[in-house]
Design a protein around this ligand. Structure first.
Ligand SMILES: Nc1nc2c(ncn2[C@@H]2O[C@H](COP(=O)(O)OP(=O)(O)OP(=O)(O)O)[C@@H](O)[C@H]2O)c(=O)[nH]1
Ligand SMILES: [Mg+2]
Length: 338
């Protein structure tokens, strides 16, 4: 077996080959590399990704969101096991903005995805900690590409329901699942409209025991709300839709798998899936460009100069647009005299 030296990524070719062969250690190394913020690592990560481009398997990327405690881990454990029994290879990744504080919640979670964590057809990766949502999103996109190159044909990107991160996840996945708990009252749990709009499938979990009736009521409330949402281009009849499930008892999970397969198939056949991925690639390009321009800009203009302009704008001595204009002038000047 190939040996991957700790702390060095000297042999990109070797890591790439390992990833292509589906070796978990190589994949783990590769992910560590794309997660690194070091400039030399970034360069190597780009070389690695370029080396692996075009080697991805045909895949389905599923975004999964739900508030803490709704049963995401339990659901993934059950759903993931079902999928691997059907012959899929599953990667589970997380986008968790709160991990800047907690250091990655999915990590402790491996224990709650016990069966899956030991399943050779599954790969669970804790969320990269630290950095902006943009940075985390970039690393997650690259990790998706690596997992697909390693032969995983099903990728779940999990996120805790805190608004912005769902949008980021929906921009890197094909199908979006929202997990909800049975509601006590008659209100729609304060789920934001924006999140309802990106959901393809709402799963009301914990439809068991005393909660079963409440789960069914919650499901029909959401089904009614979803009927008001616009269907996405090229989708089969019936999406978005709401179903109930019990991740603990395993009820409704096969049904969810069937619905996802149907939706994926119809989106593939209609060309929607390919178009959506193309649009996502362009969005990614724009994000990458903005991040890089920001870097280039910060390197070109000394910090004390930016600080002075910030202060002037804060104190009302300079209008924001005029401040921007001045910074652009300084940037152009710096480029000319370089
Ligand atoms: N009754 C019932 N309880 C469930 C079900 N699914 C999960 N739970 C319980 O709900 C609690 C939280 O489940 P998790 O799977 O850890 O939830 P999570 O969404 O991953 O939570 P975070 O990782 O903290 O965001 C646990 O005590 C589970 O046993 C279900 O289908 N029915
Ligand atoms: Mg969890």
């Amino acid at each position: 077996m190939a040996v991957y030296r700790l702390n060095t990524f000297s042999n990109i070719e070797m890591i790439a080959e390992g990833v292509r062969n589906g070796e978990r250690r190589a994949l783990a190394r590769a992910i560590t590399l794309v997660e690194s913020a070091r400039a030399d690592h970034r360069e190597k990560a780009q070389a690695l990704l370029a080396n692996l481009a075009g080697h991805q398997k045909q895949s389905i990327r599923i975004g999964l969101s739900g508030t803490p405690g709704v049963g995401k881990s339990t659901f993934i454990e059950c759903f993931g096991t079902t999928m691997t029994e059907q012959g899929h290879r599953l990667a589970v990744l997380a986008v968790d903005p709160s991990s800047t504080v907690t250091g990655g919640s999915i990590l402790g979670d491996k224990t709650r995805m016990d069966t899956l964590a030991r399943n050779p057809a599954a790969f669970i990766r804790p969320s990269p900690s630290g950095g902006s949502l943009g940075g985390v999103a970039r690393r997650t996109r690259e990790t998706i590409a690596l997992c697909e190159a390693a032969g995983f044909d099903l990728v779940i990107v999990e996120t805790v329901g805190v608004g912005q991160s769902e949008i980021a996840v929906s921009r890197m996945t094909d199908i979006f699942l929202l997990l909800l708990a049975p509601a006590g009252g008659d209100e729609l749990q304060g789920v934001k409209r924006g999140i309802m709009e990106i959901a393809d499938l709402i799963v009301v979990n914990k439809a068991d025991g005393d909660l079963k009736a409440a789960a069914q009521r919650t499901r029909s409330d959401y089904a009614a709300a979803l009927r008001l949402m616009r269907r996405r281009d090229g989708d089969t009849q019936g999406f978005p839709q709401a179903v109930t499930a019990s991740a603990i008892e395993g009820n409704g999970i096969t049904e969810v798998a069937v619905l996802i397969a149907q939706l994926a198939e119809s989106r593939r056949a209609s060309g929607y899936l390919a178009r959506q991925r193309q649009e996502q690639a362009v969005t990614w390009l724009q994000n990458a460009l903005e991040t890089r321009l920001q870097d280039v800009f910060e390197q070109a203009i000394p910090k004390d100069v930016t600080d002075r302009i910030n202060t002037a704008v804060r104190q009302g001595e300079l209008l924001p647009e005029a401040g921007a204009e001045r910074l652009i002038d300084l940037y152009r000047e710096a480029m000319r005299t370089r």
